[in-house]
Design a protein around this ligand. Sequence first.
Ligand code: AMP
Ligand code: MN
Ligand code: MN
Length: 321
Amino acid sequence: MKTIDLEKICEGAEKIGISGHVRPDGDCVGSCMALYLYLKKTVREADISVFLEKPAEIYNSLQGVDEIRTEAGEDEVFDVFFALDSSADRLGEAEKLFRQAKKKVNIDHHISNEQGCGDENYVIPAASSTSELVYKLMKKDKVDAEIAKAVYIGIIHDTGVFQYSNTSPETMRIGAELIAYGFDFPKLIEETFYEKSYVQNQILGRALLESVLFMDGRCIVSVVEKKTMDFYQVTPKDLDGIVNQIRNTKGVDCAIFLYQTGVLEYKVSMRSNEKVNVAEVAAFFGGGGHMRAAGCTMSGTYHDVINNLSLHIEKQFQKKD
Ligand code: AMP
Ligand code: MN
Ligand code: MN
């Protein structure tokens, strides 16, 4: 069984860095904070920093989020640097810190990053989440309620609260171990996963209303343009979850959600239920992800983007039909 040894990796390290992907989601924030809290307890002599883009406010109840560094110093050299839930090229600001670190460690579950980008790699595409992997590397007698809560957040966000097909019996066993620490898990699920602000619900409504079925109802697409985001005063963080909602449409296998990130540029999120391997489609356009959830950034008009994606989605259907 492939594994890595956190204690050995961090032995003697004076400066440790942790980072995850740009536009951090629940698994990214959860795994980074869980590892941060754990290493602060177990490698007490080290100076430890977490680098991330500012997480959404829903994660504010996690211990240590106020210590996250959003900017990286040019010439900081770390003895050990962890890239979590990400390949090196999606670390944003922290990419240079990772690349110049004395020891690079990659913990991830993206099938598009199967080889790993570190000197030490723990990349398991079958795992529900990076948070689950980070938890498996921890000595259980060192885990406390705050660490458990961070791991739990990561798992619920990447599994849609233990619903998606990436949920394994082991994910459920770990979930059971985690809630035994006694944090308020129903509140955590409600506040970080289901609850939406008024404008988030409004823009979700717009996206649902304007969604379009195609390929005989097997695909659905919806787009939010920059001007609409400005009108509702929402940021990309407010659009999380829309793609899952349009995927719920009966008869649909593949859902595509786009939001505009620049002139002729869109962030693409794809989800599939059964047939389309969206990781392959996203990888073709320079992105990546998992079989059932993947993303990329594409250039062109909305119609260019949909036409280009459709060709590849159609091929996936042909393979499976
Ligand atoms: P999203 O649609 O952004 O929620 O992403 C779905 C999944 O695909 C997540 O696991 C992301 O980490 C991954 N993903 C999204 N965009 C990219 C990208 N450009 N490169 C690699 N993985 C991505
Ligand atoms: Mn992620
Ligand atoms: Mn993840």
